[in-house]
Design a protein around this ligand. Structure first.
Ligand code: 13P
Length: 252
C-alpha cells in the first residue's frame, strides 16, 4: 500500500484572476523541489485556466471547487465537468459543507456530480463531515457514513480509482479550532473501514482520505503522522504561498 500524500488548497471565493495568478506563480516556484507530495490548488472558475497555465511546468495541479452534472445546455450560471477539464483542472471538490449548507446540496445531487466528474476524467474529492450539533447528538460517524454511502451510490470501485475523500468537520472549518488528532483518527479509521465494506479492502487501502478544518503549518505534521490521514484540504492557510508551502513541507 502506498498512498501519495495530497495537500490541496481550497481558495473558496477569494482572489481576482490577477491575484490568483500571482499567488499561483509564487507557489509554483516554491514547489519546484517537491516530489513526494502531490500539491493541488482550487481557485474560482474564472481563474482555473490562467492559473493552470502558470502552473504548467510545475508540480502544482489544479482543481475546481464545484461543477454541474449536465454536459451542456440551458443551465444559466453553471459550469460542466468537461469545461473544467478543458480549462486545465485535474481535480474537482464535490459536496463541500459550504455548498451543502448554503446552497442546499443533497447527497443525491452530490452523487450526480461524482458520476459526471468521473465520466469526464476529473478526480473527485468528496467532502463529508458533521456539524457541531450533529457531533453533540453523537452522529459523528452516522453523518459522514451517509454522505459517503449515498454520494457514491451507483459507482463501481473501478470507476472510483481516483476518488479522494475529505473529512471536514463543519465546526472546524474557518474557526481556527482544528479537530484533535484523536477525533480525526477515529473518523478516518471509520471511513476507511466503510470503504472496505462498500467496495473491498484493496479499495480501502488505496483510497486517500484528507483532513480539512483549520489546518495550519503548526498542526499539519501531527495530523499527517496519523496512519489514516493521507493529506489535507486547506482553506485559509492556502491563500498565501509562503504559508501554504510550510504545510506542503510538513515532513521537513
Ligand atoms: P479552513 O482551512 O479555512 O478551516 O477551511 C477548510 C476548508 O473548508 C477546506 O475545504
Amino acid at each position: 500500500m502506498s498512498r501519495i500524500p495530497l495537500i490541496a488548497g481550497n481558495w473558496k471565493m477569494y482572489k481576482t484572476v490577477p491575484e490568483a495568478v500571482e499567488t499561483a506563480e509564487k507557489l509554483a516556484a516554491l514547489c519546484q523541489s517537491i516530489h513526494s507530495v502531490e500539491v493541488m490548488i482550487a481557485p474560482n472558475f474564472l481563474a482555473i485556466h490562467p492559473v493552470a497555465a502558470v502552473c504548467k511546468n510545475s508540480p502544482v495541479k489544479i482543481g475546481a471547487q464545484n461543477l454541474y452534472f449536465e454536459k451542456q445546455g440551458a443551465f444559466t450560471g453553471e459550469v460542466s465537468a468537461g469545461m473544467i477539464k478543458a480549462a486545465g483542472a485535474e481535480y474537482v471538490i464535490i459536496g463541500h459543507s459550504e455548498r451543502r449548507q448554503l446552497f442546499g446540496e443533497s447527497d443525491s445531487f452530490v452523487a450526480k456530480k461524482i458520476k459526471s466528474a468521473i465520466g469526464c476524467g476529473l478526480k473527485p474529492i468528496l467532502c463529508v463531515g458533521e456539524t457541531e450539533a450533529q457531533r453533540d447528538e453523537e452522529k459523528t460517524f452516522q453523518v459522514p457514513d451517509k454522505q459517503v454511502s449515498d454520494g457514491l451510490k451507483g459507482c463501481g470501485s473501478d470507476e472510483l480509482k481516483d476518488l479522494v475523500l475529505a473529512y471536514e468537520p463543519v465546526w472546524a472549518i474557518g474557526t481556527g479550532k482544528s479537530a484533535t488528532t484523536d477525533q480525526v483518527n477515529t473518523v478516518h479509521q471509520y471511513l476507511r473501514s466503510l470503504t472496505a465494506k462498500l467496495y473491498s479492502t484493496t479499495f480501502a487501502d488505496q483510497v486517500r482520505i484528507l483532513y480539512g478544518g483549520s489546518v495550519k503549518p503548526e498542526n499539519v505534521s501531527a495530523l499527517m503522522d496519523l496512519k489514516d490521514v493521507d493529506g489535507a484540504l486547506v482553506g485559509g492557510a492556502s491563500l498565501e504561498a509562503d504559508t501554504f508551502i510550510n504545510i506542503i513541507r510538513f515532513d521537513t
